[in-house]
Design a protein around this ligand. Structure first.
Ligand code: FAD
Ligand code: NAP
Length: 863
């Protein structure tokens, strides 16, 4: 019996894989005392435990390696594109030797529990060796794929033959020669090991529940061409990896799979198949992970390959995944995987047709058959992302345990920390890019961020750091919104926790990409640790806040625009701005098909000819009519410039939409547009029957300056005693040219519509002296009573938000029935982008519903 010891250190790190090893280096460099605790008897983590035949990385080794030691990059040369487990383990050991890491690592030590003491501001860590440690900071470097899934097959304990788990493979290897072997599972571990087990075993039977997508790894020495960019400038290469989507420098595809010809698409998929790189699979086209139809083209291509390799059509069929989209479960790289099923002694059992009923003393029984085996290999995966973290009994402030807190799924801020557990950090925790990336890049970024945070806390004479509940709740929401834009949540994957019975089903990693995530973490720091509470001797700072409020698709759109480094529209001149608007409109998805489109003209207020485009539903008429006024600041746009939104409103409200090209400034300044609005509405009301509409059911609608025209039209129609307007749908309306409210100043730049562009529009349209006229600023009308019912839609990140909100409030105050839809996280330009911006779909649906309701047809979906 040895006596238990308590050791006091600044930092305890749990886990001596690549994360824990680098964290130790950073702690030492920063001058913290640190100890690493590790269950295994050496470093390496994943590469210590997973020693099954064929185990190797599936990210090229040149990428899947540390970047923090420039010397190491020169000293170590990988023998293959994808190094095998022994080589990766040797690499980890080499690093441990080089940096003398083992002296601060306690091996053969499992952390059983950790308890926060709110008086001392320290963690007490209990280990299975009986030793306790007291530390200020507690860092879980316990790995995302380190807790093997507990077998969930009846009778597992009964089998008297040899039992192996790929995740804890015997160190001295296994000889399957002459044996009848079963492999359960067909994930990455199985796909790698099956060909090699088949090469030895007398018989191999693979039990497959879900087939996986796999492409040939084409392993071997890396080509000079592939290595060249790294050798040319390792620093620049690593930087690119850090800013990339998945932690590997790759060109971002701009085209969707359906945007190219069938021949071109097949050619690109063939090139991907030949290249043998994991990220190439879903990285050939821009929309593979977002669009089911696009993904189906990839699925069909891979199915074709499987069928061309596997001789028996029935086996080939069983190996073709059909119940999930490519990439929604982690895809695989293989060496002769599909070919293995052509060997006479290899058999595939399709558990979807014939499920396992029990494991017996001598083998496996399925519903229809009994199998006898000498050995069973469980390649059944992991309790991923959270298993190893809640595998330690962690008790935070006020006795709350992490298991309790995460009962419905993990809640973290940036995947790094969770509130109620001060000074507890997770490396590649749930809510960070982690398993969706080259993990070496993600590990290094987290380690660096944590190290910098601890130095920050120390330098300010503080001793605790902890996220706020608001910050973490909204981070989880942001991450989920990103996931919901993709096909990822549709699969029964371990990303969703579905593989472990009883585990809450939530999307675990952050799907927004490595580069974007890094920028977010950096911004948190730049904004003085936004979303964190820092506490200690020098005082307590609560910097509560939300780091990402924009909806993810809006954020991506703005990033794309920013990358284009376009000059401000107002510097392009009127003709240039019009050409730009036409060109950018042409790049948007077209919107749905309508029954009929008719182009025509109608008389404007001054007798001039105004073009219109009429969108008719495919249903039998007559229909209610919406007179639609396009956006574009009274200067830009046309009858067809809001085409996708008009189509959408037509189809979803079952109304005729007539989009009118009112006269534009500067050629026709105020009040031309306003007057044309009334003239057009009057003419359309008068010609409702000819147009196929229902007389008396004419509403007005518009976006931005077009919403201004619509609102003014409703007011002028009231004053003029006609036409009768059934309702008004005002999307981001301009309502007051005389005041600059807070939203005008807060959202002045970088969000699509800028304050200076809005000023440019006003200056072209209307003299300052005229702006108080309600025909320019409908909010300033003396009397808003008696106006038709309205839906006013405003967006959080729009300079025009507050004047739109004010108009909704003023209408309501005047007794007008108003629905006011305030859209969080949306910008001025997001909602008209039909099929491009999915997070604003509800707002478009509300607009269509409002048009229906004006015509008495009722609302079909909630707002
Ligand atoms: P790990 O390597 O998992 O190390 C965690 C360590 O913590 C383990 O050694 C474990 O024993 C220890 N530990 C856990 N709990 C406790 C406790 N309570 N007490 C004490 N010690 C504890 N990622 C890629 O990016 N590319 C790849 O090609 C790739 N291939 C993979 C292949 C396999 C077979 C597997 C399983 C994963 C693969 N991964 C890959 C993911 C891989 O896990 C990471 O790349 C990386 O190795 C994780 O390093 P880590 O230090 O974070 O965690
Ligand atoms: P996995 O992908 O989760 O695969 C587990 C397999 O076991 C699945 O086919 C699963 O079927 C099956 N399974 C689980 N429980 C079962 C049951 N009760 N009955 C029948 N089948 C059952 O696990 P993994 O292969 O170990 O890989 C996990 C992750 O580690 C990978 O996704 C990857 O990120 C990483 N990894 C990488 C490599 C590499 O190439 N570098 C190699 C290995 C692992 P269902 O799909 O139906 O659940």
């Amino acid at each position: 019996m040895t006596e238990s010891r308590t050791t006091d250190v600044d930092v305890v790190i749990v886990g001596a894989g690549f994360a824990g090893m680098y964290e130790l280096v950073r702690m030492r460099r920063a001058g913290f005392s640190a100890i690493v605790l590790e269950t295994a008897d050496d470093v390496g983590g994943t590469w210590y435990w997973n020693r099954y035949p064929g185990a190797r990385c599936d990210i090229l080794s040149v990428d899947y390696s540390y970047s923090w030691d420039p010397e190491l990059q020169q000293e170590w040369t990988w023998s293959e594109r994808y190094a095998a487990q022994p080589e990766i383990l040797r690499y980890a050991q080499f690093v441990a030797d080089k940096h003398d890491l083992r002296r601060d690592i306690r091996f053969n030590t499992r952390v059983a529990s950790a308890v926060w003491n709110d008086d001392t501001h320290r963690w007490t860590i209990h280990t299975d060796t009986g030793d306790d440690l007291s530390c200020r900071y507690y860092i879980m470097a316990t790995g995302c794929l380190s807790m093997p899934k507990v077998p969930d097959i009846e009778g597992t304990d009964r089998f008297t033959g040899e039992v192996y788990f790929t995740s804890t493979w015997p160190h001295d290897g296994v000889d399957f020669t002459g044996k009848r072997v079963a492999v359960i599972g067909t994930g990455s571990s199985a796909v790698q090991s099956i060909p090699l087990i088949a090469a030895e075993a007398d018989q191999l039977t693979v039990f497959q529940r879900t087939p996986n997508f796999s492409i040939p790894a084409r392993n071997g020495p890396i080509s000079d061409e592939r290595l060249a960019p790294f050798l040319a400038d390792p620093g620049a290469y690593r930087d690119e990896a850090r800013r990339s989507a998945a932690g590997v420098p790759r060109e971002t595809p701009m085209e969707g799979a359906l945007m190219v010809s069938d021949e071109e698409r097949t050619a690109r998929y063939e090139a991907m198949w030949e290249a043998g790189e994991l990220l190439g699979i879903t990285g050939t086209f821009s929309d593979t992970m977002f669009d089911a139809e696009s993904n189906d083209t990839l699925r069909d291509f891979i199915h074709g390959k499987i069928r061309s390799i596997v001789n028996d059509p029935e086996v080939a069929d069983a190996l073709c995944p059909t119940n999930h989209y490519v990439g929604t479960k982690r895809a695989c790289l293989d060496t002769n995987y599909y070919e293995t099923y052509n060997l006479p002694h290899v058999r595939l059992v399709d558990l979807r047709k014939d499920p396992i009923s029990t494991i017996t003393e001598t083998g496996i029984d399925t519903t229809n058959e009994s199998f006898e085996f000498d050995a069973i290999v469980f390649a059944t995966g992991f309790d991923a992302m959270t298993g190893a973290i809640v595998g330690v009994d962690i008790t935070g402030r006020n006795g709350l345990t992490l298991k309790e807190k995460w009962a419905d799924g993990p809640v973290t801020y940036l995947g790094l920390m969770t509130s109620g557990f001060p000074n507890l950090f997770m490396i590649t925790g749930p809510g960070s890019p982690s398993v969706l990336s080259n993990m070496m890049v993600s590990i290094e970024q987290h380690v660096d961020w944590i190290a910098d945070a601890l130095v920050h806390v120390r330098e300010r004479d503080l001793d605790t750091i902890e996220p706020t509940e608001l910050a973490e709740t909204r981070w989880v929401q942001h991450s989920n919104e990103f996931a919901d834009m993709t096909l990822m949540p549709t699969a029964n994957s371990w990303y969703m926790g579905v593989n472990v019975p009883g585990k809450p089903q939530v999307f675990l990693p952050y799907p927004g990409g490595v580069g974007r995530y890094r920028a977010t973490c950096d911004e948190v720091v730049e904004r003085d640790y936004l979303g964190f509470v820092l506490d200690g001797a020098s005082g307590r700072t609560v910097n509560d806040g939300i780091i990402r409020e924009l909806k993810p698709d809006v954020q991506v759109m703005l990033e794309t625009m920013a990358e284009m480094e376009l000059p401000p529209i107002e510097t392009m001149g009127v003709d240039g701005a019009r050409a730009f608007m036409d060109a950018s409109g042409a790049m948007m998805p077209p919107g749905p098909d309508v029954g009929e489109i008719v182009d025509g003209t109608l008389p404007g207020a001054d007798g001039s000819t105004l073009e219109y485009r009429l969108y008719r539903p495919a249903t039998d008429g007559p229909h209610p009519i919406a007179v639609y006024f396009h956006g574009g600041g009274w200067v830009l746009g046309s009858a067809t410039s809001d085409d996708p939104l008009c189509r959408y409103l037509c189809v979803n409200s079952n109304s005729i939409v007539v989009s009118v090209n009112y006269r534009h400034a500067p050629e026709a300044r105020f009040p031309a547009a306003a007057d044309d609005g009334l003239a057009a509405a009057t003419w359309i009301a008068d010609h409702a029957v000819e147009l196929g509409g229902i007389p008396g059911q004419v509403a007005v609608a518009g976006w931005s300056a077009g919403a201004n025209v619509a609102a003014v039209t409703a007011q002028q129609a009231k004053l003029a005693g006609g036409p009768s307007i059934a309702g008004q749908v005002l999307l981001c309306p301009v309502t007051d040219g005389t005041a600059k409210r807070a939203s005008y100043l807060d959202n002045a730049e970088g969000l699509g519509l800028t304050a200076s562009l809005m000023d440019w529009f006003w200056d072209h349209y209307c003299d300052p002296a005229d702006r108080a006229d309600p025909k320019a600023s409908p909010l300033l009308a003396d009397d808003l009573s008696g106006l038709p019912p309205a839906l006013v839609v405003t967006c959080q990140f729009d300079p025009l938000r507050d004047e739109g909100d004010a108009y909704a409030a003023a209408l309501a105050g005047a007794g007008v029935p108003v629905q006011h839809l305030q859209c969080p996280g949306q910008t001025h330009t997001a909602i008209p982008a039909v099929d491009a911006m999915v997070t604003s779909e509800y707002a478009r649906a509300a607009m269509a519903d409002a048009l229906r309701s004006f015509s008495g047809a009722g609302v079909t979906s909630g707002v």
